[in-house]
Ligand binder design. Structure first.
Ligand code: CAA
Length: 397
């Protein structure tokens, strides 16, 4: 490793605060398995999932995003936030950035730029890197990065077991309290149709096995570039946060990475490096852009002291774009965590049966421009009140 190259860029910019929110409801894989006749071991052991978050009728990416970001604003204020970057695959409008609804719900100052970013599940990592660039230009500024998604496949599709929903809000600033993000990054792009969603569809199209191969190819590509850019050696990392469409994918990816790095694929070592990152994702399911940062939340909330240790991040977005980068955990980080709130966000969800899930899954707004209020279901802090004149109406609950 070249120390100078690892320390190039500005090592004192990174994640100052991190908060996540998820949905009102949860569908367990036991319920799904009982409905579709799948051996539950395939879900629990085969893909590593126990349950998935399901939005209530009056929840979406905006309500989850506002719920995730509100505690960040409450703790730090909005005075230094001049940019909000909202990354999502589940955009609610082709033109208007979903972050503007969040800006409004949270009462952020008008002197803010708000923009939406898209590249499947990778978008939030682009947002994080762009945020670091903005803070590098003016260290007094902070950037609110939000990743929020609802993962949805057709009923009966093999992807159905890998749905989920969550939002992560991260405050990016100089002298961060949680994780310093390092240079360099390893980046990778390949034009591949492994997972995509044409504008006219509400559910994703996917070639499951092809998507797993494409992900592993991206692991290889990013690691090769990261190494060529002078990044750290594999053995320097204490843990690895992977994008987790299902948690077993993180184990597959890490096995592949260690093989690429010419190391033994010792199962216990892989479990040690990846296991603590999977706690939230195995209950929340795939949250697309948020997933890799839910993995970070899980790691920080559950691992033994990580002070000054290096964490690897592998962000993958089908289509495909990926990035490998490193972060160092900041001394004193534990006093800034939101572990109790995160556990409560997962534990408070209401269990629903298959029939209720099916109704929510098939819910669609009429497209006639009329007034269509939504039932009051969420007990979260914000709700989608309905749609009127083709406009989505949000309100605090
Ligand atoms: N007991 C224990 N394990 C079992 C089992 C049983 N009874 N039955 C099957 N399994 C194991 C299988 O051996 C397999 O494990 P390995 O991959 O380690 O061999 C695992 O359970 C899954 O079995 P299948 O491959 O047969 O499952 P499937 O055909 O139903 O599809 C899937 C699984 C491809 C992940 C599917 O859920 C899917 O298409 N999901 C959406 C796409 C996706 O998540 N792709 C991931 C990479 S792309 C990405 O990361 C971007 C993104 O977010 C979408």
């Amino acid at each position: 490793m070249s120390v100078t190259s690892v320390m190039s860029g500005d090592p004192t910019i990174g994640i100052h605060d991190l908060s996540f929110a998820t949905t009102q409801y949860v569908l367990t894989h036991a319920t799904l398995a009982a409905e579709n006749g799948t051996d539950i071991a395939k879900y629990h052991a085969g893909i590593g999932q126990r349950s998935m978050s399901v939005p209530a009728a009056d929840e979406d990416i905006v309500t989850m995003a506002a719920a995730a970001a509100a505690p960040v604003i409450a703790r730090h204020g909005a005075e230094r936030i001049r940019t909000v970057v909202f990354a999502t695959e589940t955009s609610v409008d082709q033109a208007k950035a979903a972050g503007i609804h969040v800006h409004s719900l949270l009462g952020l100052p008008s002197a803010t730029r708000v923009v939406e970013l898209k590249q499947a599940c990778y978008g939030a990592t682009a947002a994080l890197q762009f945020a670091i660039g903005l803070v590098h230009r003016d260290r007094s500024q902070q950037v609110l990065v939000i990743a929020s998604d609802v993962s949805k496949y057709e009923l009966g599709n093999p992807g159905e077991a890998t749905q989920g929903a969550a939002a992560v809000a991260m405050l990016v600033s100089a002298d961060p309290a949680l994780v310093r993000i390092e240079d360099p990054s390893g980046v990778f792009t390949a034009d591949i149709m492994d997972f995509w969603r044409p504008n006219y569809r509400t559910t994703a199209l996917v070639d499951g096995q092809e998507s797993i191969s494409a992900y592993l190819q991206a692991v290889e590509g990013t690691w090769k570039d990261y190494t060529e850019q002078g990044g750290r050696a594999l053995t320097e990392f204490s843990a690895f946060c992977y994008h987790q469409p299902f948690t077993k994918m993180a184990y597959k990816a890490h096995r592949h990475l260690t093989q690429q790095g010419g190391h033994d694929t010792d199962q216990a070592e892989i479990a040690r490096c990846v296991g603590p990152t999977t706690t939230y994702n195995m209950d929340v399911g795939n949250s697309y852009t948020a997933s890799v940062y839910l993995a970070l939340a899980s790691l920080l909330d559950h691992a033994d002291d990580l002070t000054d240790q290096a964490v690897g991040f592998l962000s993958y977005g089908s289509g495909s774009v990926a990035e490998f980068f490193a972060g160092t955990v900041v001394p004193g980080y534990r006093s800034h965590l939101r572990s109790a709130m995160h556990r409560e966000a997962v534990a408070r969800r209401e269990d629903i049966d298959y029939a209720q899930y099916r109704v929510l899954h098939e819910q669609a707004f009429p497209v006639d421009g009329g007034d269509h209020p939504l039932p009051r279901e969420t007990t979260g802090p914000y709700r989608l009140a309905g749609i009127s004149g083709h406009k989505r109406i949000y309100e605090p609950r």
